[in-house]
Design a protein around this ligand. Structure first.
Ligand code: SF4
Length: 355
């Protein structure tokens, strides 16, 4: 197994909407998710690589990324044509790797070896859920075993393995979510994106919402599910690179969304929730031991201000309402040593918290 490099990587993304997909998954409308309706041309890819790197400089780790669709399910000559400009840039040392997103049942050892020779260093797999019945209901057309096999092959090829999870598909409960988290931890992915299901217009899920046979997650459920997956997988060593869909002009204006927990700053809301849980657990543990609390002082490093206080002070508001009898003080630390540690002083007892 080749050693995988884990460095801060800058991406040059290109979207290949819906090409190569042998099925249409019930939640998917790739052109709307990417905000792009048309296939990108090879000339555009070549020109964009040169322009982006000459504008932003050669320093750092650059990857050209082919997202959307199912790259390795496209006819191979089309894959090779699309890869050509990135492969050239890789061979000239302009970029350090190529990244693809694809389906778990469209991977073979032979193809992975060829892709590695072309410069592909990262593969992100659409896993979505690891609950067999939910994969069937989402019309994914592959099994949990396909996912496990594909992940093993990618890791053994020495590539960086990314997975994408979609909490909130039809049939999701806390039990299915926990099962998915446990199995996802066993996949030993290096990277993960978590996208709670948003119901997008022109999808089967949109029809089901209108018929009343699918109820999307509320924003609170989506935050709780995503925070659980994030912290579970982080403890297993997987880096979470995105939580919540990238905002687009249309989504922000509410166009193209039929339902579900869309929020432009969703990832930030999840981090707010994780800090809220940490602080609340500390308060509850203290109460259990001492029986009473008069005052809580929460002190955070400056870069953590909105993470700990919450967007628009939502955590401050929450604790004020939930623990009315306690006097709360929220302060930026006088000395900021950038350790990322938050101090919570409950009466005279000091606790140190970190995510
Ligand atoms: S989710 Fe992936 S495999 Fe399914 S239709 Fe969309 S792009 Fe294709």
């Amino acid at each position: 197994m080749r050693k995988v490099k884990q460095e801060k990587t800058r991406l040059l993304p290109f979207f290949i909407p819906h090409i190569g997909c042998p099925y249409i998954c019930v939640f998917c409308n790739q052109p709307r998710i990417s905000g792009q309706q048309e296939m990108v041309s090879v000339d555009t890819i070549r020109r964009s690589i040169r322009e982006a790197i000459s504008e932003q400089g050669h320093k750092g780790q650059w990857e050209v990324a082919y997202f959307g669709g199912s790259f390795t399910a496209i006819p191979q000559e089309v894959q090779d044509t699309l890869l050509e400009p990135a492969k050239e840039a890789f061979q000239q040392g302009i970029i350090q790797g190529i990244r693809l997103s694809t389906r778990p049942d469209a991977i073979t050892v032979e193809r992975l070896t060829e892709l590695y020779e072309s410069g592909v260093r990262t593969i992100e797999l659409g896993v979505q859920t690891l609950e067999e019945s939910m994969l069937v209901e989402a019309k994914r057309g592959h099994t949990v075993e396909d996912v496990e096999q594909a992940c093993k092959m990618i890791r053994e090829q020495g590539m960086t393995l990314g997975i994408q999870l979609l909490p909130g598909l039809p049939g999701e409960t806390w039990t299915t979510l926990v099962n998915t988290a446990v199995k996802a931890g066993q996949l030993q992915a290096h990277l993960c994106r978590i996208y709670p299901v948003i119901v997008i217009e022109d999808t089967e899920l949109a029809d089901r919402v209108r018929q009343g046979s699918y109820v999307p997650l509320t924003i609170e459920q989506a935050i709780a599910y995503s925070a659980f997956l994030k912290s579970y997988l982080e403890r297993k060593g997987t880096q979470i690179i995105r939580v919540g869909l990238q905002s687009t002009e249309d989504f922000d204006a509410g166009r193209g969304i039929v339902g579900g927990p869309y929020a432009p700053a969703f990832g930030e809301l999840v981090v707010n929730y994780e800090w809220r849980q940490q602080i609340q657990q500390t308060v509850e543990d203290h109460l259990e031991v001492f029986g009473v609390i008069h005052k809580v002082i929460v002190e955070y490093p400056r870069p953590f201000t909105s993470k700990v206080r919450g967007l628009k002070n939502r955590n401050i508001e929450y604790f004020g309402q939930e623990y009315e009898q306690i006097e709360w003080a929220w302060k930026q630390k006088a000395e900021d040593n950038h350790t990322g540690i938050v101090h919570v002083t409950i009466d005279d007892v000091l606790y140190s918290l970190g995510l």
